[in-house]
Design a binder for this molecule. Structure first.
Ligand SMILES: Nc1ncnc2c1ncn2[C@@H]1O[C@H](COP(=O)(O)OP(=O)(O)OP(=O)(O)O)[C@@H](O)[C@H]1O
Length: 628
C-alpha cells in the first residue's frame, strides 16, 4: 500500500498541527479506514476529557468521529511521547536504502523505560500493550515492536515513502504517541509524521536549525510543562477492590497510558487487609517518585499511614507523591484530584499532573494515640453517615446506593447522636467561609513547580542545586518538609485550649450528621465539601441536627450531588483548624476515610501541606462553589 502523502505537520503553540488533506479516514469506532493514518485528530482540539461534569454526573463522550475537519491539532496536553525515527539522510538523498534504515529512538525515555519492570515484591510483569488501534503512516505491513514501543517500517514501505517524503533539512520524521478517546476511555495512539520544523529559535534566526532530537525535545517539553516526565511508579493493586475488578481495570485501562508515556512501573498486590501499610512502611523510597493506588480510597489511606510510620518519614513525604487510579468502589481521591472516576483518564491526568502538597488531618483517640496517631486525607464522620458508611457493608452488592439508602433510613427514623464538640475555627460563619474560599482558591500554595526536565532524573526535587549551602532548590522551598511539620500543635493529652469554642449543646445533643473533610467529593455523586481546597490549612466542617424537619432534610440530602446543601440555613458549614468530639452514645463508631474507628473521644488537627499528590492543573475539581 502506498504511503500517505499528506502526513506532514508543524509545531504550533498549541500542539502538533497536521497539514493533511485527508479526512473520512476513520470509522465511527476510531479504527483506520484503508490504512489511512489520521484518527480522531480533529476531535482532539475539542476533546472531551473524561472530566466529571460539574454536577458530578456521567462522563462526556463524543463518538461522532466522522467528518474530520482539515488542519487538526494534536494538543500538547494529549501527547504522551515522541520519538525520532532515524533515516540515513544521505542514503535517502542518493535513493539507496538499507534493509533496516528506520530506528526508533526515544530521546526522552530510554527503551528500558518502555518496559514495565518487576524487580521486587514478587509482582507481575506487564508488557507494553500496542495501542488499541495503532496507526502508522507508512504501511500496514509495518510491525509493532513491543520492546521499543515503535513501529518498524518494512523496506517496501520505504520505497513508497521516500519519493513522497523527499525530506529536507528542516524536516524530521517523528513518531508521536498521544491519547485519543475510545468509547468511555482514552487510549494511546501512534502516528508517524514528517514535521516541518519552525521552532521559535529559527523563527527569529532562520539559519538556526534544530536536529530531530531537538524537535522531539521541544515537543516533550511542551507536552510535559509543569509535570514530571518518566515517573517511577509503584502501583499498589488491591485485587479485591471494586468488586474484584481492580487488577483488570488497571491493566487494561490505566497501564497502556502510563507505559506509552515512558513511566517505569512496578506492581505490588495487596495480599491481606492493611498490607498497603506494610508495603509503604518498608518501601525502598529511592526507587520511586510516585505510589499509585489502583484501588478505592482505602489503599491511599493505608499508604499515607505506612509512610508516616517510617523512621525516615520526612524524606518519604518529601520524595514520594501518593495518588489514586480509580479502581475501587469509593474513588473520592481520583474524582477530587484527577477530576475523573475513569482509570484511563486518571492515568492521563497522572502523567500530566502538577505535583502539589495537600493538607492532611491527624486523628488521635485514647486507644492508639500513644502508639501512632492516624493520618487522614479525606474525612472523618460520626452519626448518621458513619453508621450508613460502615454498617451497610453487608449490602455491598448494592453498590454506592446502599450508602444513600442507609443515610435516608437513619435520618427518617429521627436518629440522634448526642456528643460534645470543641472547635478551633478559621472561618466560622458562612460569610467568613466564602471570603476565605475566594482569598485562597487561586493561591495554589502547595504546587511544586518543575523545571524543564529533559533528563528524566533532573527534576527539581532531586538535582537542581544552587549555591546556598549546597541545598537543593527544593530544600529551600517553603514546601520542603522538616520534622517540625509532623509535630502536633494540639496533643490530645493536653486540655482543650482556651481559644477553642464549645458548640451549643442544644445542637450537639440532637446531632445527626457530623462530617469533616479535606476533599470536595467523598463519593462519585456526593460533593459533600464544595469549598474544600488542597492547601488552605483548614478542614471543612458540616453539621446537621435532628431539629431540622424531614420536609427540609429531604431537599438537603437531595442536593448532596450539587454541593448546595451547605447553603441551606439549617446546615452548619465552617472552616476549622482543629476539633475534639466526645460521643455520648453507648454504641456506634467513627468513620475515618471510610475505615471504622472506635467510639472514643476523637481529636483532629490539620497538618498543612504534609502529603505530595498529583492534581490536574494543580487544583481540585471545580465545584462551582464560587457561583453558588
Ligand atoms: N488481599 C486482601 N484481602 C483482604 N482485604 C484486603 C486485601 N487487600 C486490601 N484489603 C482491604 O480492602 C479494603 C478496601 O480497599 P479499597 O479501598 O481499595 O477497596 P474498595 O473497593 O474501594 O472498597 P471499600 O468500599 O471497602 O473502600 C482496605 O481496608 C484494605 O485493607
Amino acid at each position: 500500500m502506498a504511503v500517505q502523502k499528506k502526513l506532514r505537520a508543524i509545531l504550533t503553540d498549541e500542539g502538533v498541527l497536521i497539514k493533511s488533506q485527508s479526512h473520512h479516514m476513520f470509522n465511527k469506532h476510531g479504527q483506520l479506514r484503508n490504512g489511512d493514518s489520521l484518527s480522531l485528530l480533529s476531535c482532539l482540539s475539542c476533546l472531551d476529557d473524561g472530566t466529571l461534569s460539574s454536577d458530578g454526573g456521567s462522563f462526556d463522550e463524543d463518538d461522532s468521529l466522522e467528518l474530520l475537519p482539515l488542519n487538526t491539532t494534536i494538543p500538547f496536553n494529549r501527547i504522551l511521547n515522541a520519538k525520532r525515527l532515524n533515516i540515513d539522510q544521505r542514503r535517502l538523498n542518493n535513493g539507496k536504502f538499507s534493509s533496516d534504515p528506520f530506528q526508533a529512538e526515544n530521546v526522552s525515555s530510554s527503551s528500558e523505560n518502555d518496559e514495565v519492570e518487576n524487580r521486587s515484591l514478587g509482582n507481575d510483569k506487564v508488557q507494553p500493550q500496542p495501542a488499541a488501534s495503532e496507526v502508522h503512516s507508512l504501511s500496514n505491513k509495518n510491525k509493532w515492536d513491543s520492546k521499543t514501543s515503535s513501529i518498524e517500517a518494512s523496506p517496501d514501505s520505504l520505497h513508497d515513502a521516500i519519493p513522497t517524503l523527499g525530506m529536507k533539512d528542516n524536516q524530521h520524521l517523528i513518531e508521536l504517541t498521544f491519547a485519543v478517546p475510545k468509547g468511555h476511555d482514552v487510549v494511546p495512539q501512534k502516528l508517524t509524521l514528517l514535521i516541518d520544523h519552525v521552532s521559535k529559535k529559527s523563527r527569529t534566526n532562520p539559519k538556526s536549525e534544530l536536529t530531530s532530537s531537538g524537535v522531539v525535545e521541544e515537543i516533550l517539553e511542551k507536552s510535559y510543562e509543569n509535570s514530571k516526565r518518566n515517573r517511577s511508579i509503584l502501583v499498589i493493586i488491591n485485587p479485591h477492590g471494586g468488586k474484584g475488578t481492580a487488577k483488570t481495570l488497571f491493566l487494561t485501562k490505566a497501564s497502556p497510558i502510563l507505559v506509552e508515556s515512558g513511566c517505569k512501573i512496578e506492581i505490588a498486590y495487596t495480599k491481606y487487609a492493611r498490607h498497603a501499610i506494610d508495603i509503604a512502611k518498608d518501601l525502598d523510597i529511592s526507587k520511586y517518585d510516585t505510589i499509585a493506588c489502583a484501588s478505592g480510597d482505602g489503599i491511599p489511606y493505608e499508604v499515607i499511614i505506612g509512610l508516616f510510620r517510617r523512621p525516615d518519614r520526612v524524606d518519604a513525604f518529601n520524595k514520594v507523591a501518593v495518588t489514586q487510579l480509580p479502581c475501587g468502589s469509593g474513588n473520592a481521591m481520583s474524582i477530587s484530584c484527577h477530576w475523573t472516576n475513569n482509570p484511563s483518564y486518571a492515568a492521563l491526568c497522572l502523567v500530566k499532573s502538577i505535583e502539589t502538597r495537600i493538607d492532611l488531618m491527624c486523628c488521635s483517640q485514647p486507644s492508639y494515640m500513644n502508639e501512632w496517631p492516624r493520618l487522614s486525607f479525606l474525612s472523618q464522620t460520626y452519626g448518621v453517615i458513619a453508621e450508613s458508611d460502615i454498617n451497610t457493608e453487608f449490602i455491598r452488592w448494592m453498590g454506592p446506593i446502599r450508602f444513600n439508602l442507609g443515610v435516608a433510613f437513619n435520618i427518617f427514623q429521627g436518629r440522634k447522636y448526642p456528643c460534645e464538640v470543641f472547635v478551633k475555627y478559621a472561618a466560622k460563619s458562612k460569610k467568613e467561609l466564602k471570603v476565605h474560599f475566594l482569598e485562597n482558591k487561586d493561591k495554589n500554595k502547595g504546587c511544586l513547580a518543575f523545571e524543564s526536565n529533559s533528563n528524566p532524573n533532573s527534576s527539581s526535587d532531586i538535582l537542581s542545586t544552587n549555591n546556598n549551602n549546597n541545598k537543593t532548590k527544593n530544600e529551600l522551598s517553603p514546601n520542603f518538609l522538616t520534622g517540625d511539620n509532623f509535630k502536633l500543635k494540639y496533643p490530645m493529652t493536653e486540655p482543650v485550649p482556651s481559644d477553642w469554642e464549645k458548640m451549643d449543646s442544644e445542637l450537639t445533643d440532637n446531632l445527626t450528621i457530623f462530617y469533616t473533610g479535606k476533599m470536595p467529593y467523598i463519593a462519585k455523586d456526593t460533593k459533600f465539601f464544595p469549598a474544600a481546597l488542597p492547601a488552605d490549612g483548614t478542614i471543612d466542617l458540616v453539621i446537621t441536627d435532628a431539629r431540622i424537619p424531614v420536609t427540609k432534610m429531604t431537599p438537603i440530602l437531595l442536593s448532596l450531588d450539587k454541593g448546595s446543601h451547605v447553603l441551606e440555613p439549617e446546615v452548619i458549614h465552617s472552616k476549622i483548624l482543629a476539633y475534639k468530639i466526645i460521643p455520648k452514645v453507648k454504641s456506634g463508631l467513627f468513620s475515618v476515610d471510610g475505615e471504622k474507628f472506635p467510639l472514643e473521644p476523637l481529636q483532629v488537627e490539620v497538618m498543612p501541606m504534609l502529603c505530595k499528590t498529583l492534581l490536574r492543573n494543580g487544583r481540585y475539581i471545580d465545584t462551582e462553589f464560587e457561583s453558588m
